[in-house]
Design a protein around this ligand. Structure first.
Ligand code: ZN
Length: 308
């Protein structure tokens, strides 16, 4: 999960603030049931910008695969991407709620733009109606005037909702990079004992096996490519100059994993931040300076690309 800050909370897609949407929200508020709103938020005019933001663009580019906001799986690698309600619209399960105390869900946020994210089926199912908080729970909402949608106290960063102190990280308002990291094998873990990091990993099951395997596959492919050429070099089938060129190409691919448009960007950034420890230290001493230099050249190359 990485920080994604492209959405303008104030500027909802027209579909979410049209008369049909407002009528749905009024019915949801009357009946205290969010499911009466099923449908509108799945509209392409809502999904398209979410897809675009997920890969760091303001307009969706069909050449890229949209990503899950939570686990960063691209396309349908971890199941179909669905529109996810950050605050559940139908019911809430959390330890702070007394078993006898009901929460009807954040029904008034069913069509709320700032409450919508894109999530793979795995993350969406694991999160489900779980929404733990550390602060003061908001339970109900009264519309103020018929046919006027009062979004002021519904936008995700409004005072009342912020005071809930939500636990699961939201990539649009939190900075996941301050809460999540990995071990060198690719397993995710909380950064600096972050409680939010730990709870987010647990609730979304970000340690689940398919995700772990997807991350290790990226790492192992890079390591295997490097090893192949180190072996060639040891056998005298390639020289230092050629090795430098090959390492430069492999390094460019490693550096490119930092891009928002790539799957598992947070993991890609971790591989780059810890490049020396992960890729260099285990190589023979005469090879290490060649890889170090090639990687530095690749970093410079990527920087130049970004400037252009
Ligand atoms: Zn996911």
């Amino acid at each position: 999960m990485i920080s994604i800050r492209l959405k303008n909370f104030q500027n909802s897609p027209a579909r979410l603030v049209d008369v049909t949407s407002i009528d749905q929200i009024y019915r949801a508020c009357r009946e205290k049931v969010g499911s009466v709103c099923n449908g509108l938020y799945r509209d392409e005019t809502v999904r398209e910008p979410l897809k675009a933001y997920s890969v760091g663009r303001s307009v969706f580019d069909n050449s890229l695969e949209p990503k899950c906001y939570f686990c960063e799986s691209a396309g349908e690698a971890m199941g179909k991407l669905e529109v996810e309600h950050f605050r559940p619209k139908d019911e809430v399960h959390a330890d702070d709620l007394d078993p006898n105390e009901e929460h009807s869900g954040y029904y008034w946020l069913a069509n709320e733009w700032s409450n919508l994210l894109l999530a793979c089926r795995g993350c969406n199912n694991h999160k489900g109606s779980r929404f733990p908080i550390e602060g003061v729970r908001v339970k109900h909402h009264q519309p103020v005037r018929y046919r006027t949608l009062n979004r002021v106290d519904s936008i995700i960063d409004c005072q009342a909702l912020l005071e809930e102190l939500h636990v699961v990280l939201n990539p649009e308002i939190d900075i996941p990079e301050n809460h999540l990291t990995f071990d060198y094998l690719g397993q995710i873990e909380p950064l600096n004992d972050s409680m939010q990091g730990e709870e987010t990993i647990e609730i979304l099951k970000l340690y689940r096996d398919p995700l772990f395997r997807a991350r290790t596959k990226i790492l192992n492919e890079f390591k295997s490519d490097l090893k192949t050429w180190v072996d060639y070099h040891a056998l005298g089938r390639t020289d230092d100059a050629n090795l430098r060129l090959v390492f430069f190409e492999i390094s460019k691919r490693i550096v490119s994993r930092k891009r928002v448009s790539m799957a598992y960007t947070l993991w890609g950034r971790f591989l780059n931040t810890n490049f020396e420890q992960i890729f260099v230290v285990d190589l023979p001493g005469n090879i290490q300076p060649i890889l170090r230099q090639a990687y530095q050249d690749a970093v410079t190359f990527e920087l130049a690309l970004n400037i252009i």
